[in-house]
Design a protein around this ligand. Structure first.
Ligand code: AP5
Length: 219
């Protein structure tokens, strides 16, 4: 089945973790705007240099930059999960226009719900491998050897926007600029809430069950 999904939710809700698992299960593309931006920062592209100051401050990168980037990435995709996009009403409207041009309606928007303190704990405890970008958590998914990537042994680092101060800013930006999308998609009738505070495998099971119910209804 070719599905087209948006993973919507606050920073730290587990969108990236689940997008990777579900995309590989369905054999579809995962498009994470944060990952694309970080790749551009690492490569020192003009886009990356421009985006870095917004990201380090916990603010959103301007809509026109993001919309152009997503349009380029999604050109040939038939099934996909977008994670971290859209994040503003302007992005959601531009995305709708793009999907209409591609004649590929969304299958569903999954809303990841997690209590606020748990989001802070997840983000401030996240460590990543700078070589292969794999992600760990000090408590919830620790590496086998403390401080080292399981896959390549590289010393792990924290993302520059995972400090408590920037996490607090990112959460307030989510409240102000992204939460209106919940009502936007609810009105369209394709929003599904996910209990994303549970263990990773339980969240995956809930998503797979929601998707198979949708398939059963022919959506
Ligand atoms: P982005 O990279 O998209 O960050 P985010 O939305 O803040 O999301 P995160 O990656 O922090 O969290 P996540 O929900 O993916 O959780 P994860 O699975 O990693 O964006 C970064 C920046 O880029 C933005 O601030 C902005 O500047 C810019 N940007 C990006 N998109 C943009 C857009 N569309 N418009 C404008 N600007 C944009 O998990 C987090 C941690 O929790 C991990 O350690 C993980 O191991 C752990 N974890 C995951 N699931 C569970 C679980 N079930 N139980 C316990 N721990 C868990």
């Amino acid at each position: 089945m070719s599905v087209r999904l948006v993973f919507l939710g606050p920073p730290g809700a587990g969108k990236g973790t689940q997008a990777q698992l579900i995309a590989s299960q369905y054999g579809i593309d995962q498009l994470a705007t944060g990952d694309i931006l970080r790749r551009n920062v690492r490569q020192g592209t003009p886009l990356g240099m421009d985006a870095k100051r917004y990201m380090d401050a916990g603010e959103l990168v301007p809509d026109d930059v993001i919309i152009g980037m997503v349009e380029r990435e999604l050109q040939d995709a038939s099934g996909f999960i977008v994670d971290g996009f859209p994040r503003t009403l302007a992005q959601a409207e531009a995305f709708d226009a793009l999907l209409e041009r591609m004649a590929t309606p969304l299958t569903a928007v999954l809303l990841f719900e997690v209590p606020r303190q748990q989001l802070v704990d997840r983000l401030t405890g996240r460590w990543i491998c700078p070589a292969d970008q794999s992600s760990y958590h000090l408590v919830f998914s620790p590496p086998r050897v403390t401080g080292e990537c399981d896959l390549c042994g590289t010393p792990l680092v924290q993302r520059s926007d995972d400090t408590l101060e920037t996490v607090t800013k990112r959460l307030s930006v989510y409240d102000e600029q992204t939460t209106p999308l919940i009502e936007y998609y609810r009105r369209k009738g394709n929003l599904i809430a996910i209990h994303a505070e549970r263990a990773v495998s339980d969240v995956t099971a809930e998503i797979l069950s929601a998707l198979s119910q949708l398939a059963g209804t022919g959506a």
